[in-house]
Ligand binder design. Sequence first.
Ligand code: CUA
Length: 314
Amino acid sequence: MERLRDYLLPEQSSTLASDVDNLFMFINIASGVLLLGITVALVYFSWKYKRKSKEDVTPVIRHNLALELTWTIIPLILIMIVFAWGFRGYMNLRNAPSDAMEVYVTGLSFGWQFTYTNGVMSGSDLYVPAGRPVKLIMQSRDVLHSFFVPDFRIKQDLMPNRYTTQWFQADEPGEHIVFCTEYCGSGHSAMMGRVIVLPEAEFTAWLDAEKAKSEQELPLARLGENIFSQQGCMACHSVDGTAGIGPSLKGVFGATRNFADGSSTVADESYLRESILVSNAKIVAGYPPAMPNYTGVLSDRQVDALIEYIKELK
Ligand code: CUA
């Protein structure tokens, strides 16, 4: 049973996983037993009662109370077990413990952004302490996305203008992949992240270091580099020249950009600003119009900082 489970399912890395898996295995095994029993009975009866001569006539059987009760009550019991078990598990999945650490999650085309209650932001990677319940308060900046961590057995949709929640507790330090599991556009398959589970002390140190970083009066380019990472820009834009969902930002500043409509321009500060705030105003030839607008999301200072950072990427 354990070996079958390990063969069928990913590792169990949250406290919720074993409950989900046990019910999954119960339904699978019960279905398998029923399938086998029904198939064997079907084959046996069709052999035993096959027509032997022309005079062989099937007797008229109106009903059989004992048999009918059996095939009604046994499935009813099975279904009620699955219902009660599933309902208990569902309520547990939906309701986070009241002492859970809260993290805000934003899904955007095409990345994840995590905001901690102390103000620290992180793009793509969600850092959490081991052995503590974590509650995610999630929404989308644009279309539907869905936050799926197979190792934790959790999956929840994110919607614009409405929060959905999900919780988990991972007891062992480790790394787990996050998938977007709601088709959301051309970059859907690349919309991945990680949950990084750290021992409590290491997590606190990480959070403090990030906090200190965000409070420093950074040079603009360094602030831009932080925003680039916090906003998850690297999900679509590389800084090393490789093309992603969007063009690489290496060497962009001062270069001639050719657009899908046949026009072109030299990338200066104004072009970069427009491309960040009203992203689809000009689409570089060969790329989809996939980037969300950052008007109202980034402040002027943050846009300036991003431009300074992009200038450095030669
Ligand atoms: Cu976001 Cu698929």
